[in-house]
Design a protein around this ligand. Structure first.
Ligand code: COA
Ligand code: AMP
Length: 633
């Protein structure tokens, strides 16, 4: 069957507003929009102004009203704790209402921010949906982030309440969240007076008198209460999700209610080929955008069943966990990051664990979050006998910008490319002056304004930062900060970032933020952190430290201090384990550190001596320091 992709993209191109007005029929509105798009509103325009809606109603209530109440909405499968739980649409709606009642009782109002700092437990999704129900704006903070990162988000979002759990679980260890929560609240300038804490069986917590409410007892008391869905403007924020910026200060990506629902519902069908009753599994974390869009909101908006997985691709207990879940829960389509497959391939290269399960109902695997290397894709295709689809997007877009749209009919796969631009987006590849480059030539990947529904309209309380960071460099376009090229057939290839962001095991991290932390060490004069190639995680950070003259402490101790500092301030997720004390850093004559050349040396790639280098001998010193650690050529 030929793909409907071209006809669909062309129909969007001819009439973008008509296209999204049609897609919006998939959503139940309290009041329809006055305009599909108004270019005079906000920074670059707003979608569906005038409309009133509620995201929780569309994700839960209407499915119960339409007879889907007994279908599982969320299947929690936690190999790490050995527990499983199925929550039907009816059950989750009741839990969400009870939780919404507790929030209302504690003074949370429409438009208030609520931070959610929780591991992969159903209560995280319940808290998100309860916020959506009452029109509060949630901001989920990934559990792998330490107190400092949580504190910076508290100060930016100024929440009235934080919902947390006593702990998260990593293989072989319990991560106590509560001490990190208490520390973050102490550190933050903005004061939070109410926390609701879920005590997990693995770890008790010490409540702070007058501030902390116990999740289980509060919900037990509120069970059976009903809370109506608050009608909010389509343009009101549903959530703020912080993502790494080019400095230590994270950016609060704002997501609205209306455009977000329309875009996600459209993508579930057209991209992922998922509809009512299908089982969809995004093996990510609710702390990331993938978790927001494709664990919680996307599948529920279309009446599908979503898997909420607390575990790892390997080691919980073995590299067959993914196949066990697909088999046991009838997963039709799965989404994860390539790094998960690299981990499985490493532990089970022959795919022996795959053979132990019945994957005959499994239809498709989607990969995103980092470059999907052709070897990994081919391995997955061969072992799973399903199409393996690379697709490309960002926290900012909230849903895929480039993909092979399986629901419209699959396009030929080209390894190394996430395929073609989706309706809603017009993507150009431009040089630094903003001129379009020839097909096949490398350049900056930019998106013509306006962005599609569902994409960020701005940054939280920071319109000017939004303009400066994304819109100023290429007027009329949104800068993705990815570089790549488009081939003659319109297939896009993503090659690298143009800023200091690195991608570690599918996690987006700022090397600038790590440099800020290391520079704070009293013995460090200056430093540079780069991302170097890693067979499992794609990239890992590597720090180069120049010590102050006169420092008498052992360099190894200072390296260890810096590693500990990054772990303490950003969190274990930074995976910062390589710090090298060097005599000096290579720079241009104008003083810019030559990070790109250092990276090429570390990755064992061909490199040329930069014409503007101040002292060529320094690159040899860097190569030597890396070689001593077994890195580079
Ligand atoms: N809470 C606390 N700590 C966490 C955490 C969480 N939610 N998630 C990760 N960490 C810790 C890990 O335990 C690890 O700690 P360690 O340095 O003490 O070992 C550290 O952060 C780095 O984690 P990670 O980069 O994930 O490496 P890993 O070795 O634990 O696992 C993979 C490697 C490939 C198995 C893992 O990265 C994975 O499953 N990736 C899937 C991709 C994914 O989910 N991407 C999200 C975007 S789609
Ligand atoms: P995040 O905002 O955490 O989702 O990270 C977004 C960034 O991850 C993008 O800007 C890319 O740099 C990278 N990325 C996401 N998907 C892909 C992909 N399919 N191929 C290559 N890089 C990707």
């Amino acid at each position: 069957m030929s793909s409907r992709y071209t006809a669909t993209y062309d129909s969007w191109k001819r009439d973008p507003e008509g296209f999204w007005a049609d897609a919006a029929q998939a959503i139940d509105w309290v009041r329809p929009w006055e305009k599909v798009f108004d270019s005079d509103l906000g920074v670059y325009g707003r979608w569906f102004p005038g409309a009133l809606c509620n995201t929780c109603y569309n994700a839960l209530d209407r499915h119960v009203e339409n007879g889907r109440g007994d279908q599982p909405a969320i299947i929690y499968d936690s190999p790490i704790t050995g527990s499983k739980r199925k929550l039907t649409y009816r059950e989750i709606l009741a839990e969400v209402q009870a939780f919404a009642a507790i929030m209302l009782d504690n003074g949370v109002k429409t438009g208030d921010r609520v931070i959610i700092y929780m591991p992969m437990v159903p209560e995280a999704a319940i808290a998100m949906l309860a916020c959506a129900r009452i029109g509060a704006i949630h901001s989920v903070v990934f559990g792998g982030f330490a107190a400092n990162e949580l504190a910076s988000r508290i100060d930016d979002a100024a929440p009235v309440m934080i919902i947390a759990a006593s702990c998260g679980l990593e293989p072989g260890r319990v991560i106590a969240y509560k001490p990190m929560l208490d520390k973050a609240i102490d550190m933050a300038g903005h004061k939070v007076s109410r926390c609701i804490v879920l005590e997990r069986p693995q770890l008790a917590y010490a409540p702070v008198e007058g501030r902390d409410i116990d999740y289980a007892s509060a919900v037990a008391a509120a069970r059976g209460r009903t809370v109506p869905c608050a009608p909010v403007a389509a343009t009101d924020p549903l959530y703020v999700l912080y993502t790494s910026g080019t400095t230590g200060q994270p950016k609060g990506v704002v997501r609205d209610n209306g455009g977000h629902m329309v875009a996600l519902a459209w993508s579930m069908g057209a991209v992922f080929d998922i509809g009512p009753g299908d089982v969809f599994w995004a093996a990510s974390d609710v702390g990331w955008v993938v978790g927001h869009s494709y664990i919680v909101y996307g599948p529920l908006l279309v009446g599908a069943t979503s898997i909420l997985f607390e575990g790892k691709p390997v080691g919980t207990p073995d590299p067959g966990t993914f196949w066990r879940i697909i088999d046991e829960h009838d997963v039709k389509t799965m989404f994860t990051a390539p790094t998960a497959f690299r981990a499985i391939k490493k532990d089970d290269p022959g795919g022996e664990y795959v053979k132990r399960h019945d994957l005959s109902r499994f239809r498709c695997l989607f990969l995103a979050g980092e470059r999907a290397d052709p070897d990994t894709i081919k391995w997955a295709e061969e072992k799973l006998s399903v199409p393996v689809i690379d697709h490309w997007w960002q926290t900012e877009s909230g849903w895929p910008m480039v993909a092979n749209p399986v629901g419209l009919g699959i396009l030929p796969v080209k390894y190394g490319s996430p395929t073609k631009t989706l309706p809603g987006y017009e993507i150009h590849v431009v040089d630094d002056a903003g001129h379009q480059v020839k097909r096949g030539d490398l350049g900056n990947i930019v998106v013509k304004l306006p962005l599609a529904p569902g994409c960020l309209p701005t940054l939280w309380n920071a319109d000017q930062r939004f303009r400066d960071a994304y819109l100023a460099e290429f007027p009329g376009y949104y800068k993705t900060a990815d570089a790549g090229y488009m081939d003659e057939d319109g297939y896009l290839y993503i090659m690298s970032r143009t800023d200091d962001i690195i991608n570690v095991a599918g996690h987006r991290l700022s090397t600038g933020a790590m440099e800020e932390i290391i520079s704070g060490h009293p013995d460090v004069a200056e430093c540079a952190v780069i991302g170097i190639a890693d067979a499992l995680k794609g990239q890992v950070p590597c720090g180069f430290l120049v010590l102050n003259s006169g420092v008498t402490r052992n360099a190894c101790d200072i390296e260890a201090d810096c590693i500990a500092r990054v772990r303490e301030e950003i969190g274990a997720v930074a995976a910062f384990k390589l710090a090298l004390a060097v005599k000096r850093l290579p720079k241009t004559r104008s003083g810019k550190i030559l990070r790109g050349t250092m990276q090429k040396i570390a990755d064992g790639e061909q490199w040329n001596m930069p014409a503007t280098i101040d002292d060529p001998a320094i690159l040899a010193e860097i190569a030597e320091a890396l070689k001593l650690r077994g890195i580079g050529g």
